[in-house]
Write a protein that binds this ligand. Sequence first.
Ligand code: AMP
Length: 492
Amino acid sequence: MSNTETTFAGLNLAQPLMRAIADAGYTKPTPVQAQAIPLVLAGGDLLAGAQTGTGKTAGFTLPILHLLTAKPISNPRPGRPRCLILVPTRELAAQVEESVQTYGKYLPLKSMVMFGGVNINPQIKALRGQMDILVATPGRLLDHVGQKTLDLSGVEILVLDEADRMLDMGFIRDIKKILALLPRQRQNLLFSATFSDEIKGLADGLLHNPGYVEVARRNSTVELIAQSVHLVPQKLKSHLLSHLIKHNDWKQVLVFTRTKHGANRLTEKLIADGIPAAAIHGNKSQPARTKALAQFKDGTMPVLVATDIAARGLDIDQLPHVVNFELPNVPEDYVHRIGRTGRAGSSGAAISLVDKEESQFLRDIERLIKREIPVVAVDSFVPPANLPAEAPRPPRQAHGQRRNSGPRTAGAGTGNRHQPPREGQGQRQKPRNPQQREQQPRHGQQTHNENQPGKPRQPQKTPDQEHMSEAARHQSMPQPALFSPKAARRGR
Ligand code: AMP
């Protein structure tokens, strides 16, 4: 059944769900919904290849709400969910549970979200009431099991959402522990953006005769997004970003930095320039992250500066601008990042600020997305005359896969955008060290590690080391020839 033929009416969902869908303004199912909803309604297991942004959450939430309503149980017990949705990050957990509430608003079912990094007591209290659907990250869930505040023996439906991310983050042992606590007879739905051998192994052990759904990866839908590159030396990036935001009157910009420290520094600089901004990353408390995200979503905070991990799964409707303050060194992360804009059919703009040292990253990204990203000059930008001098510091010892800190021969923006590859770059390795998890899954001590999922393994750095490497890079940089006309092919 192709998506063009499928309507929500044809999916036979209960009327209260149809009303909620109409309230949400959805006119037709997305491809993953058109394919997954009938399979889930039929009661079978499901293996689905779909990323955030495809409408996958409604793809499993709608039929689950339908099934739980169609088969009410006579003796609901507190702290004993009928459906468990496991997700890798706190933000995704919050968003999925919000979707459950949105789509289930005309139903009597109750849901709850559970993640670490926040006080466990309100969760314990909530578990004393009715709860049909539980959305949880694995670590905090096991804490509750340990405290006997949660009973998983009534789970009829299990969802593993973003299963590949959960494995990347080292959650496999926790997942296995959780699976062992569930009733054997149940429906299993596994959603993953990628299908590594490890995911296939997990699926083989978990799913019984699953239905199979795969929708286009974002890599093939980036056409919706207007992408551009501004060539700019690292030390001018924050100035250029302030200029772009003010000059173009951008109202909602999600900015990606590579490190938490970088996110903080950029946020401070933007605020100093009179642009309200907040950083969101693993060192921020959960309340601070939630507040920043809420302000960004409701339009009161125009700029959110995020690291890849913190931004994972963020769903912000029709985000108009995404800025890569630094390019990610894993090309797939670029696709994830720019997928924050152009969601569910709307168009958006993704702007990358690229230092000459990042040209190999740019080339890797262009190879992945099979297109060249136009380089655009910013004629209106006048670099500040007196940049503060960088404190001379000794160059940092090269860290294998980190950037090359050797002397450079040309300033950024001189048109030499494609340098020869540097050793070890562009390789993807999965972190297997539990310390590299975004969420330390035990004891509620969940801290994000932003160097992580899917990134080449690197030694942990202190903020000082981070700063030093930046200084060392700048030190070796000649005064930039900004936006050389030769280099700046005008794309749009
Ligand atoms: P997800 O992939 O689940 O994170 O969903 C991405 C976005 O698509 C969310 O903002 C949903 O509200 C939106 N969405 C989900 N289903 C539909 C639909 N059928 N039509 C329009 N937008 C949708």
